[in-house]
Design a protein around this ligand. Structure first.
Ligand code: SAM
Length: 307
């Protein structure tokens, strides 16, 4: 007989018995709504035995739904008391591994213990109610892995979801959304009210889903894309022409590239489409022409409309 999910009251009792008082610094806002936890596991829709990385399982309330959906869960929890509760209450412990570590090793790297657990040649995914402080760097680091997640289903602050899914032209458009959009097509699945958490956060949250694009650029092109995004958004109030001129130290090259691509020299970086940024990354830059993408690299024509 399939195990039934435990109610939130059991998790709350176990957390209190373990002496847990939710920490703001660690973004400990626990999901209390069984329908939402079940819906997130359904959104993730893991294949039987598929590896699902869950960052910040808390006491394991969402974890149990991922396990009951058939996933093999690697849960990474920084708080030892919570890691222990997650292990104790798991319905299918043989498919669960809990790592009691910080998921990030500094700002720019994943913890080696986590990297060692991620499949290198099989599809896998992320499903998590993410702590605010790590959500943005974590999603980008995962998207840049040699075997990136086929999907990322994440509960994040609504303001972070807005930045990740921002279309061209607005204030929210920036490096975070672009670095994710180039590899994963994103959409918002649901808005989540503060009352569905313990304790309730001050702001709304949202569940987003990012799906790996078959037409994502090959790694060398991605590195050039990230560099172009970094340069353009370093001074986002500057016009495109001024920004490229200053960054490249070559006014002729900047004007030529802008004209070749039919861009507005007086436009701002947030107005550029993903295709424009990819075209800038593919062409000659300040250090001369870049090598052609590898012939087997696929179409590498990621477009804004995505999946
Ligand atoms: N998944 C649980 C739920 O939905 O109820 C808890 C989610 S809570 C928003 C975020 C969790 O991430 C907390 O359990 C917190 O201890 C953990 N956490 C915070 N920073 C972390 C980090 N750097 N690495 C791993 N876990 C972290």
């Amino acid at each position: 007989m399939t195990a039934r999910p435990r109610p939130w009251s059991e998790f709350r009792a176990a957390l209190e018995a373990a002496g847990v008082r939710p920490s703001r610094r660690l973004g400990q806002n626990f999901l209390v709504d069984a329908n939402l936890a079940e819906a997130i596991a359904r959104d993730a829709d893991p294949q039987p035995g598929e590896t699902v990385l869950e960052v910040g399982p808390g006491g394991g309330f969402l974890t149990q739904h991922l396990l009951l959906a058939g996933a093999r869960v690697v849960a990474v929890e920084i708080d030892a008391r919570l890691a222990a509760v997650t292990r104790d209450l798991a319905p299918e412990p043989e498919r669960l591994e809990v790592l009691n570590v910080d998921v990030l090793a500094g700002k720019h790297a994943l913890a080696p213990e986590v990297l060692a657990r991620l499949p290198v040649d099989e599809p896998w995914q992320l499903a998590a109610n993410l702590p605010y402080s790590v959500a943005s760097p974590l999603l980008v680091l995962l998207a840049r892995l040699p075997n990136p997640p086929r999907a990322m289903t994440a509960l994040v602050q609504a303001e972070v979801a807005d930045r990740i899914l921002a279309p061209p032209g607005g204030r929210d458009r920036g490096p975070l959304g672009l670095r994710l959009a180039v590899t994963h097509a994103g959409r918002r699945l649901r808005t989540v009210a503060p009352r569905l958490f313990w304790p309730p956060p001050k702001v709304e949250s949202a569940v987003i889903r990012l799906e790996l694009r078959a037409d994502r650029p090959p790694p060398a092109e991605l590195a050039a894309f990230d560099a172009v995004v970094e340069v353009l958004f370093r001074h986002r109030r500057q016009t495109l022409e001024r920004r490229l001129r200053e960054a490249w130290g070559d006014a002729t090259l900047a004007r030529r590239r802008i004209a070749e691509l039919g861009l507005d020299p007086r436009g701002r970086p947030e107005g550029l489409a993903l295709e424009d940024l990819l075209a800038l990354a593919r062409g000659p830059g300040p250090s001369g022409p870049r090598p052609d993408p590898a012939p087997d690299a696929g179409g590498s024509r990621a477009t804004e409309s995505g999946a």
